[in-house]
Design a binder for this molecule. Structure first.
Ligand code: FAD
Ligand code: NAI
Length: 462
């Protein structure tokens, strides 16, 4: 058997990126992946297919709601669900085949099958055992359900089932107003389903800036999504072709029910480490089942590293990728680094929602003096022309030094706009640095500059 410098277990965004970087740094590398295709959760049943359905359903929404306003007359398109699914599948395959190509180009061996670690320095796949100096575990995560709920991926589904439903449901109940619930809830609401989101807390998207949460929920309501807030789901009963969600309202402990053709359980994800043999190896896990790592992504067992959804931190593809690169650099004797204070989060609804750094709530809790500069997209010419003027940019900066501490955007292309702030934060920039940078007109990015201006002498178009 070939001996490797590094074997990466898992071919998701953490694993495949790490394997490519290891190879680029001159390490003989293999990646073990048990799925039929590379790309992990993200490319196969996560980021990519969900964005394809968000894109297609948004085009329908535009045709139904905005075309005639621009003089584009005629009937709006009808939905061919089979074709939309085929489009989604094409997008997935285009991306996963791309990773196969990159593996070949970089001379990374794909070992097909499920890997385990019989001992440090050894990876077993089927009947074969491979010797390796280092192992990077990038085994990712799986949906976590609630007690009293049995997932059948037909009527009671996780995101995986929701991405491939046989037909568009008339009624969909979503449990959890987090990222998955709101992205996929938006898809089906746009496609004509009656969508109700049942959420335990009193605000949607926990952890997000409070002002954004309120605006976001208002906009989603306007788009036809119903919300039941402060509701603890107790159980889901599968009926013949439907399901019934039983929940208690937390304010008065009253019992309620809601039935639906499809129930999407979107209550979070948990690390996946089954079958790796970590217990026998003595690899330490946290109480939540995450693999514990040090500042170099190494576990308590020398030569075994871990990255991505399987370890602590936000379960995001770009966070997994950054850790993958950094772990590869550490193994190659370089100085791998991830700045956990500047990891953007994006929700790809319409409008998009994006954030980086601290929220106002966090800054208040820390007792930190800050200023908030806010600019509404209503004052942005491009947004108005594109029927995208709902929302705002908010920049939070230190009251004394003007250094940017965080930014929160709800509005058009928020997921792209946020990166101007990410770069600024990496450079330790002040709000004034953004103000002093010329921004092209007419672009959405002018709203970012205006929010920065609002941290100083004032925005112009407010
Ligand atoms: P994964 O992508 O989960 O990959 C792990 C891989 O390891 C899997 O392919 C698995 O088969 C394999 N594996 C596990 N154990 C073994 C073993 N023993 N042997 C061999 N192979 C093994 N994040 C974003 O940043 N942006 C988004 O827009 C976004 N959208 C999402 C939408 C949905 C519906 C979902 C579910 C998730 C989304 N995410 C998004 C989250 C993102 O998918 C994850 O954060 C990301 O995939 C984590 O990467 P990873 O490499 O750590 O793990
Ligand atoms: P989440 O953690 O974002 O949201 C789960 C929601 O379910 C929370 O609001 C929680 O309060 C609620 N909940 C929990 N128990 C409940 C109960 N008993 N009754 C009612 N509500 C309950 O998890 P989600 O949406 O499943 O996403 C999982 C992960 O996938 C996230 O960590 C996210 O980072 C990642 N993801 C990222 C995307 C992106 O970056 N655009 C897109 C989709 C997923």
């Amino acid at each position: 058997m070939t001996a490797y410098d590094v074997i990466v277990i898992g071919g998701g965004p953490g694993g495949y990126v790490s394997a490519i970087r290891c190879a680029q740094l001159g390490l003989k590398t293999a990646c073990v992946e048990g799925r039929e295709a590379l790309g992990g959760t993200c490319l196969n049943v996560g980021c990519i297919p969900s964005k394809a359905l968000l894109h297609a359903s948004h085009q329908l929404h535009e045709a139904q709601h905005n075309f005639t306003k621009m003089g584009l007359m005629g009937k709006s398109p009808s939905v061919d669900w089979k074709q939309m699914q085929a489009y989604k599948q094409d997008v997935i395959e285009g991306n996963t085949k791309g990773i196969e190509f990159l593996f070949k180009k970089n001379k990374v061996d794909w070992i097909k099958g499920w890997g385990s670690i019989p001992a440090a320095g050894k990876v077993q796949v089927g009947d074969d055992t491979y010797d390796t100096k280092n192992i990077i575990i990038a085994s990712g995560s799986v949906p976590s359900s609630l007690p009293g709920i049995e997932i059948d991926e037909e009527v009671v589904v996780t995101s995986t089932g929701a991405l491939s439903l046989p037909k568009i449901p008339k009624k969909m109940t979503v449990i959890g107003a987090g990222v998955i619930g709101l992205e996929l809830g938006s898809v089906y609401a746009r496609l004509g389903s009656e969508v109700t989101v049942v959420e335990f807390l009193d605000a949607i998207t926990p952890g997000m800036d409070g002002e954004v949460q309120k605006t976001f929920q208002r906009i989603l309501k306007k788009q036809g999504i119903n919300f039941v807030m402060g509701a603890a789901v107790q159980s889901v009963e599968r009926l013949k072709t439907k399901a019934k969600v039983n929940y208690k309202l937390r304010k008065d402990d009253s019992d309620h029910q809601i039935d639906a053709d499809v129930v999407l359980v979107a209550t979070g994800r948990k690390p996946y480490t089954d079958g790796l043999g970590l217990e026998a190896l003595g690899v330490a896990l946290s109480e939540r089942g995450q693999i514990k790592t040090d500042a170099h992504w190494q576990t308590n067992v020398a030569g075994i590293y871990a990255i991505g959804d399987a370890i602590d931190g936000p379960m995001l593809a770009h966070k997994a990728e950054d850790e993958g690169i950094a772990a590869a650099e550490c193994i190659a004797g370089k100085h791998g680094h991830v700045n956990y204070d500047v990891i953007p989060g994006v929700i790809y609804t319409h409008p998009e929602v994006a954030n980086v750094g601290k929220t106002e709530e966090q800054l208040k809790a820390e007792g930190r003096a800050y200023k908030a500069g806010k600019f509404m997209f209503m004052g942005n010419g491009r947004a108005k022309a594109n029927f995208a003027a709902d929302g705002f940019v908010k920049i939070l900066a230190d009251a004394e030094t003007d250094r940017i501490l965080g930014a929160h955007i709800i509005g058009p292309s928020a997921g792209d706009l946020i990166h101007e702030i990410c770069v600024a934060m990496e450079f330790g920039a002040s709000a004034q640095d953004i103000t002093l940078t010329c921004h092209a007109h007419p672009t959405y990015s002018e709203a970012v500059r205006e929010a920065a201006m609002a941290c100083g002498d004032g925005a112009i178009h407010a």
